[in-house]
Design a protein around this ligand. Structure first.
Ligand code: KIV
Length: 302
């Protein structure tokens, strides 16, 4: 495995505000995807509570638990070598008290393999952020459209279109900076407000539906790959159409299974030739070191 020489850390992310380049963040929920996104150069892999919607098929993120974030975190942590790993604090894992929040943030690091946590909210969670940061856990803030407040907002709505709400969102972001957050997600707000907040803070902003002026961007991995096709918010750009590719591959697989074209000889095993006692069987693995969890490798002597 390549040495982790350029491992992305919280101080390195913070420094990107001045030094650049912009911070490219993606959500991620499993080891195979983590290996690919890490190889592609993503700076931060976020196990977001969006997994409730894109992995579990729920209508919102509210039922996601700390155990589930940790489960997916361990999978991502086994595969990613460079990107910083951030775990989302699910609904009700940090709102009850700052003691409970600190305990759950600690669980994300101890049980999920994360290197930082993210939580939604502004002035209302500043004290909690301060306590978590005080325990040596980097905190990524999240203001603007906060999906855990979907019922209070009356849906997933862009926030900060009026000057009143814009000032509130700016105050939220500043409160998080003062509480010690190392960066903050700006979600679902006019591009002008994204720029205003970015220019007002010394910590980096990471936008999602907050325009081009932020210090970085984040997208849900199934959105940017064109795999989550239930809804397509305006801010989502599909960098690939893997959803179409999967449907097409499945249709071809079904046709070949039904016609008997798959599996052919190239994808079938042969018998070993007879051998005398003591002679090596000739069976050897094609893959010298399969990733953890993979079964016996293929047999070359087919
Ligand atoms: O849960 C999530 O994936 C998120 C990002 C979209 C910022 O909060």
């Amino acid at each position: 495995m390549a040495p982790k020489t350029d491992k992305v850390t919280a101080p390195a992310i913070r420094a990107r505000k001045q030094s650049g380049p912009k911070i490219a963040t993606l959500t991620c929920y499993d080891a195979t995807m983590a290996r690919l996104l890490d190889e592609g150069g993503a700076d931060i892999l976020l196990v977001g509570d969006s997994l409730g919607m894109v992995v579990q098929g729920l209508p919102n993120t509210l039922p996601v638990t700390v155990d589930e974030i940790c489960y997916h975190g361990r999978a991502v942590a086994r595969a990613a070598t460079r990107a910083q790993l951030v775990g989302d604090m699910p609904f009700m894992s940090f709102q009850v008290s700052s003691e409970k929040a600190l305990e759950n943030a600690g669980r994300l690091l101890k049980e999920g393999g994360f290197e930082a946590v993210k939580l939604e909210g502004g002035e209302n969670v500043a004290e909690t952020v301060h306590r978590i940061v005080g325990a040596g856990i980097p905190v990524m803030g999240h203001v603007g459209l906060t999906p855990q407040s979907v019922h209070a907002m009356g849906g997933f709505r862009v926030l900060g279109k009026s000057e009143d709400t814009a000032v509130r969102v700016l105050a939220d972001a500043k409160a998080l900076e003062q509480a010690g957050a190392y960066c903050v997600v700006l979600e679902g707000m006019p591009a002008d407000l994204g720029r205003r907040i970015t220019e007002s803070l010394d910590i980096p902003t990471i936008g999602i539906g907050a325009g081009p002026h932020c210090d970085g961007q984040v997208l849900v991995c199934y959105d940017f790959l064109g795999m989550y096709r239930d809804i397509k918010p305006k801010f989502v750009k599909r960098f690939a159409e893997l959803g179409d590719a999967v449907v097409d591959a499945t249709a071809r697989y079904v046709a070949e299974v039904q016609s008997g074209a798959f599996p052919d000889a190239a994808h079938s095993f042969g018998m070993a030739r007879p051998h005398t006692q003591g002679e090596p069987t000739g069976e050897k693995p094609v893959v010298e070191r399969a990733p953890a969890g993979y079964g016996p490798a293929d047999d070359e002597n087919s």
